[in-house]
Ligand binder design. Sequence first.
Ligand code: ADP
Length: 581
Amino acid sequence: MKNLLKFIKGYKMVFIVAVISVIGATAMQVTVPILIKYAVDSVIGTEDPGKMTFIMNTFGRNIISVVLLITAVSFIRGLLMFIKGYLSNYAAENIVENTRNKLFKHIQDLPFEYHSKRETGDLIQRCTSDLEMIRKFLSIQIVDLGRIIFLVSLSIAVMLSLNVKLTLYAIILIPIIFIFCFLFFGSIQKQFKIADETEGELTTVLQENLSGVRVVRAFGREKYEIDKFDKVNEKHRAISFKLMEFLAMFWSFSDLMTYFQNAITLIVGAKMAINGEITLGTLIAFMTYETMLIFPVKQLGRMLSELGKTTVSVSRIKAIFEEPTERVYDNECEPEIKGSIEFDKVSFQYHDGNQALNEISFKVEAGQTLGILGSTGSGKSTLVNLLQRLYEYEGHIKIDGIELNTIKKPWIRSKIGLILQEPHLYAKTVGENIGIISPSFSESQIKRAAETASIHNDIMAFKEGYETTVGEKGVSLSGGQKQRIAISRTIIDDQKPILIFDDSLSAVDTETDMKIRRALKQRAGQSTEIIISHRITTLSESDYIIVMDEGQIIQRGTHDSLIQEEGVYKRIWDLQQLAVI
Ligand code: ADP
């Protein structure tokens, strides 16, 4: 609750005015039955108006003035409710917008490690449904909670002032109705959660099927997929139906209790009216108060039991905020980077204890090319991750002789161009994708980058050239085309002293691969390149090649020296030579 209230900070005044409006509105609502009582007893009947004398003195004894008065009171109530709704929604929307922005910024600043171990779906849910839960609480529940408590207390106070005995009868079942609602909605939360989960399952099955539609067709798995969907769909139906059954039972039972309560008030009240203990107006006022009270009491029970859900959402969001962001130290430097890289006995262990790198040492001079060959899981990507300062390492990594962990993270990352095997392209035009890092690139810069990456001719063959949209709504690109666009966008600014190709030429044919590498070599201000590949021809022109296995370097040298040596490199080279023949 304390955490929930923290959200209100900065909007306290808005909420206070909203609460004052709702108190005013409730006071107006509670006035109506008193006016009805006055109309029945003193305007139609002949009772002494008591405290209402001033109305009689002002408007005379006529029913029209009472009707007008009730209309005016209802109008003021409506106005105040509008102000309350407007203000609490205004505050809630702003608070949620600010929180969402803060949350997004925080997620951007979280260390890579956090992202690598979290599920994306979970994070998305926290940014959407959990925040929606809080929005609902702030815009509706918080003020409604106050409104209902005030309405119940004020109505009971007025009823007590009219007749104590009838009040006791009129509220006898109310605590039971409240407890029943509270307990019911508390226990049904679990069912709601299961229903939510099965809906999630349904979405997952659907999503997997649609995104893997090629595999489904290729393996003729349509029937299997339909059966799988049928099963989850049936589960979802069964749970939703059970939920509806529970709710139907709840509403009928709670309505039954409401009728009981009405009957008690009517029987006792009618008897008292016949005996002359109360007036007919008082009986009508009691009946009106009761109708006014019971629904909000049920609502209160439901709201209080659902408060748990909101607090869970708050704690889920708070947990993200409590994750420490990636720190940037002031004493870290931003040196000019030429691109020499030295690993000196670098070891690294993932959090699960997996020793991914074990005392790796090598050196590449600025402008040289390092080739890395290694099986899956040998530690190649880990090595690249360390170079980008995504994790802390043991040993020394020196860039131009400067220890890497004394260089600012954003600085070093801006100096390294990384091209992945399966690059992510945006649903924008080809040209925009190439110039994505800055809108200031000219058409000729984009074209030059595309030419270096050997993709210009492919782009020109598209109907709309550089204006062709990429992705679901546009042209679908081959793996090799995507890789080459990714290369263009990395090399466009000529500002990256270090370029890393993480298997990013794998989908390009050997000839184009060589053309790209040659073109890169001819660029002015040549970068240091790290090329990770399974294809020996891609690595063969590197100045230095390392072969990795299980986090260690098992062979090193140039292509010429390595093919003379018995070992993995020569074995793969021979195999690939055979494949060519
Ligand atoms: P490669 O790029 O050569 O395929 P990686 O650097 O991805 O190899 O992986 C090296 C080792 O570290 C593997 O055993 C892999 O399972 C493990 N590994 C990679 N990423 C993580 C991670 N985020 N958490 C734990 N272990 C990891």
